[in-house]
Design a protein around this ligand. Sequence first.
Ligand SMILES: [Zn+2]
Length: 260
Amino acid sequence: MGVRGRGRGPRRYVLKADPSRQWRLLDLQAIDTRLDQIAHAKKSLPQLAQLKDLQTQSDLLGTELVRVRTELSDVQREVAKAESDVQLVRERAARDQARLDSGTGTAKDLQAIQHELQSLARRQSELEDVEIEIMERAEAAGAEVARLEAEHATLATDLEAARVAQDDALREYEAEAAKVAAPRADTVAGVGEDLVALYEKIRTQTGGLGAAALRQRRCGGCQLELNNVEMNRIKAAAEDEVLRCEECRRILVRTAESGL
Ligand SMILES: [Zn+2]
């Protein structure tokens, strides 16, 4: 309290306004404070952060899905190649077997064919092992694609729900703002141009609060208690004099609860 009452000299210009206009200024401040709170709440909706988080997850998953789908189609090409390799060997073996069954050719030819059939059988078995291994990889890749697709779909549902919740919350705030703002024009008219101009100027400087009530010797703006010198100055002031808090320079409005 030490800095209080240091005396800034007499006001050069004293704004006059009937107490009723000053009280309406408190109504205007209440309206503007609520509108400021609503504007702030709209900007800091929890759904905004949630939406951003879900969108990031969905984007990452989408990228992963593209990668896994590419992998799956690569493996599916390998499966087709392996199947055709096996098929070629089977056809060759079938032709050899037919020749063997027909019994044409020399004994040496038939022996050569039998020998080739044995090596074709080994080759087919090897190729079939390769084919099985590739098919297992294709199955795993297919399962991974299905898993990621399901996860992506769940995220899309969550995103949609978060969007709806956000829109609902915004609509609620907008409806409240419209209701709160409805009497503002009348209130401004009741306060009067000169006082509103001063109030708006202070509001800009303080970031919201331009006028406050004096309650129990305390400024409702900076919450500091007024000392006796100031209280005496206020008591002596004409009731239509627009007072300012010596500390925060806000418009200080006297009410029945001021402690005067
Ligand atoms: Zn103050």
